[in-house]
Ligand binder design. Structure first.
Ligand code: GDP
Ligand code: IMO
Ligand code: MG
Length: 440
């Protein structure tokens, strides 16, 4: 019998590189698509012939009805949101019965985690999903004789006991009041319903993937968030709270690294970052960062910018801050879950080279190459690329892209391959499953 293998796909920048689109594109060549980190903080967009979705916790192979989907123990599960996601997919005609499996070791995002994140996460610009407090409490284990962490298997073993423990922990971190007690009762009522929905998908079999891979099956691990947001390797504190590196797939994904075949990186040709933190290639620098932070606080996004700006005029203005706004509007860079305006910057080749070398990335998909055609033509060159702390310019090209790529784009691809030492396996030309030109 031939042994199976696993490939790991991770984002190389600050998230939202179009990982889900590449997962959905590549899924046909695998048997199982598996998540290993993060939770409802992810926003993964897929556009397929069977329909479109913004997925958060369900792996992006969902629109391949013959594939197994696995949520590994490294993930933090929001019960209500996951139940809602499963319902939405089933309403769209995709049954998950028997093909979605969720590790019993996944940690549960508790109401107290969401409350703490919403209260304290604004300096970082978190997604407010309770992810930081939840992973922190996994490491903490106990506080004042109260367990701080609940795994799905605890709910499976004794639901009343586990909910009782969650309620006790909730009371520890909020002043006792009648209103809070009523709130706890209502919340646990909803959680009970969500758990009933999720229970059939939960597996206590820690060896689920191992057994399948030993029997010849092929796994594609789907990273959430991205390398620059890794809790240890990113720019603390402006990071998420899980490990996002490819190696972590074999911890949070419940498989031995013995089965690793290759690492696939996803980047986009115009970079975005949502939330606070360093972004050296940002168009408009600190002006852009504070503008986006303010917009996120005020809850203004696409509609507000559309009412205020003419993106074509901004594009031609020559001002980097205005260029950033124009590119955001024209390429629809608003948070998948939150609608927050994403900060926009030039492709950072030094960052890509560092990420590719540190994580031994075998091949890279470069999404959103279609968007490069938006850069206004100038005699000096049009496409800005950030490398070794300064901008370098590549000639412009006009869209749409087809298999005979314009020479200027070929030049850019060759430059990235030289600097990263990785092959560019394909370029993204649009949001749909097959909007990809594969390169030899
Ligand atoms: P993920 O979190 O990495 O899966 O990415 P998101 O789904 O959060 O954000 C990527 C956005 O870019 C989505 O709206 C995709 O539909 C879109 N997208 C992906 N690839 C391309 C591409 O090659 N061209 C264009 N124009 N849009 C793309
Ligand atoms: P996908 O999987 C982009 C960012 C948040 C914030 C920081 C911490 O769609 O690429 P958290 O809620 O995780 O504690 O927030 O990380 N962030 C993301 N940015 N894409 C994501 O996921 C993100 N998940 C978290 O904006 O700056
Ligand atoms: Mg996203």
């Amino acid at each position: 019998m031939t042994r199976g293998y696993a490939d790991v796909l991770v984002g190389l920048q600050y998230g939202d590189e179009g990982k889900a689109k590449i997962i959905d594109h590549l899924a046909h060549a695998y048997d199982i698509i598996a998540r290993f980190n993060g939770g409802a903080n992810a926003g993964h967009t897929v556009r397929t012939p069977l329909g479109s979705a913004k997925l958060a916790q369900v792996p992006s192979g969902a629109f391949h009805p013959d594939k197994l989907l696995y949520i590994g123990s490294g993930c933090a599960v929001n019960l209500e949101k996951l139940a809602g996601e499963i319902d939405a997919l089933e309403r769209a005609g995709l049954t998950l019965d028997g093909r979605l499996l969720i590790s019993g070791r996944c940690i549960v995002v508790q109401p107290v985690h969401v409350r703490m994140d919403v209260l304290h996460g604004s300096d970082i610009g978190t997604t407010g999903n309770g992810i930081g407090p939840c992973y922190a409490d996994l490491a903490l284990r106990m506080r004042s004789e109260c367990r701080t962490v609940v795994q799905l298997r605890d709910l499976h073993k004794n639901l009343d006991l586990a909910f009782g423990q969650m309620a006790a922990y909730d009371r520890l971190s909020a002043p006792c009041s009648k209103a809070h007690e009523a709130d706890i009762a209502a919340t646990f009522h909803r959680l009970r319903a969500a758990w009933t929905r999720i229970l059939p998908f939960v597996t206590m079999d820690d060896l689920f993937l191992t057994r399948l891979v030993r029997a010849g099956k092929r796994v594609l691990f789907e990273g959430a968030q991205s390398l620059q947001l890794d809790v240890s390797l990113g720019d603390q504190p402006y990071v998420t709270s899980s490990h996002t590196s490819a190696s972590f797939a074999y911890v949070g994904g419940d498989l031995s690294c013995h089965f690793h075949r290759k690492t696939i990186g996803v980047a986009k040709a115009i970079v975005s970052r949502v939330g606070a933190g360093p972004f050296p290639s940002e168009f408009g620098g600190t002006a852009s960062a504070s503008y986006c932070a303010r917009a996120a606080k005020e809850g203004t996004g696409h509609e507000a910018e559309r009412a205020r700006f003419d993106p074509r005029a901004l594009l031609a203005s020559g001002d980097p801050f205005e260029l950033g706004i124009a590119l955001r509007m024209l390429t629809d860079e608003y948070g998948t879950g939150s609608g927050r305006p994403r900060r926009i910057g030039a492709l950072d080749v030094s960052q890509l080279a560092d990420a590719a070398s540190r994580h031994a990335v075998d091949e890279i998909y470069l999404n959103k190459c279609d968007s490069l055609a938006l850069f206004p033509n100038k005699a000096s060159g049009a496409i800005p690329v950030f490398d070794e702390t300064s901008l370098r310019w590549f000639p412009s090209f006009a869209g749409p892209l087809n298999a005979s790529l314009p020479p200027s784009l070929r030049g850019l691809i060759a430059h990235i391959e030289r600097r990263t030492g990785s092959r560019i396996a394909g370029i993204g030309t649009g949001p749909a499953r097959d909007d990809i030109i594969c390169l030899q």
